[in-house]
Write a protein that binds this ligand. Structure first.
Ligand code: NCD
Length: 313
């Protein structure tokens, strides 16, 4: 099997992304007719989740089942041998014989890269601390592409909330840098975009603005709202100061472009009011659904099986 890991959003070229988006649309369509696309029957996916997750793990597992494959799972440090003091290396080393793909979520930035160096099966980064979350960014990009013509038009994307620790944002700006996009980062300066991402944007000559004023979202095509990442704060008082700072509700949306789409990787707390859930602008539940199709594409991508989709009509 051809080994392709997914560790960072940096690894994707514009061609890769266009190909992934095309196949995701194809899978979305195929699933209207087929419950299963039996391509990965002989494969086992190991989901190793050492931080909480609902959508990411379940959509990976559902994606594997819909591709006819099998899943084994280890959830929570406390229930694995890591709790007995085993190193991550030893835990992963045995996986090579138990599974063909490993999707891993770990609190430490860079953990999936270490994992990929330790084992010879494809590793998928399902979130590494405050680092990256490249597969979420793929489904986010797909969501944007469904609503906005990103191949032809310039788009302005406003990121709101915890831009410092929000790993989904870190990966998504990297993917969007392959398209004609400009960014507005809306947050208190203390939880603004880390310098390393700003430097990359500057190097790429991508236009971006930083502000703490939520009104900056008004002329954006996309509003990407995030939860303040409580678990990453060393001091709880700081978290308390930032939570509930920005709340997107029906009234606020009146001041925005009427064709803005409101996205959220979920889970949401209070930052997106339930009073907009039924509005056409609110796409976050669809976004989670697109996670299934995107992750099916990515499982076929890492196993080198994307061409097998040709057998389905
Ligand atoms: C995000 C994550 O885990 O980074 N959730 C997800 O994967 N959909 C966002 C978050 O936890 O706030």
């Amino acid at each position: 099997m051809q080994v392709k890991s997914i560790l960072t959003a940096d690894q994707f070229t514009r061609n890769d992304l266009d190909m992934i988006l095309k196949n995701t649309a194809r899978i979305e369509n195929l699933l209207k007719k087929h419950k299963q696309l039996k391509i990965l029957n002989e494969y086992i996916l190991a989901t190793m989740f050492f931080e909480p997750s609902t959508r990411t793990r379940l959509s990976f597992e559902s994606a594997m089942h819909r591709l006819g494959g099998n899943v084994i799972t280890a959830v929570g440090m406390q229930f694995s041998s890591l709790a007995k003091g085993e190193t991550l290396y030893d835990t992963l080393k045995v996986l090579e014989s138990y599974a063909d793909i490993c999707a891993i979520r770990h609190p430490k930035e860079g953990a999936s890269t270490v994992a990929a160096k330790s084992i010879s099966i494809p590793v998928i980064n399902a979130g590494d601390g405050a680092g990256e979350h490249p597969t979420q960014a793929i489904l986010d990009l797909y969501t944007i592409s469904v609503h906005k013509d990103i191949t032809q038009k310039k788009i302005k994307v406003g990121f709101v909330g915890d831009i410092k620790y929000g790993r989904t944002i870190h990966s998504l700006i990297k993917l969007l840098s392959n398209y004609n996009a400009t960014f507005v980062f809306i947050s208190p300066p203390e939880i603004g975009l880390p310098d390393k991402y700003k430097d990359t944007l500057k190097d790429l000559r991508i236009d971006f603005q930083e502000t703490s004023d939520i009104q900056a979202l008004a002329d954006c095509d996309v509003g990407y709202i995030t939860r303040i990442q409580e678990e990453r704060f060393l001091d709880h008082a700081t978290y308390e100061q930032f939570k509930d700072l920005y709340i997107i509700n029906k009234n606020f949306l009146k001041s925005c472009r009427q064709d803005i789409i409101i996205m959220h990787p979920l889970p949401r707390l209070n930052e997106v009011s339930t009073d907009i859930d039924q509005m056409p602008q609110a796409v976050y539940f669809k976004q989670a659904e697109y996670g299934l199709y995107s992750r099916m594409t990515l499982l076929l991508y890492v196993t080198g099986q994307l061409d097998k989709l040709d057998a389905f009509t």
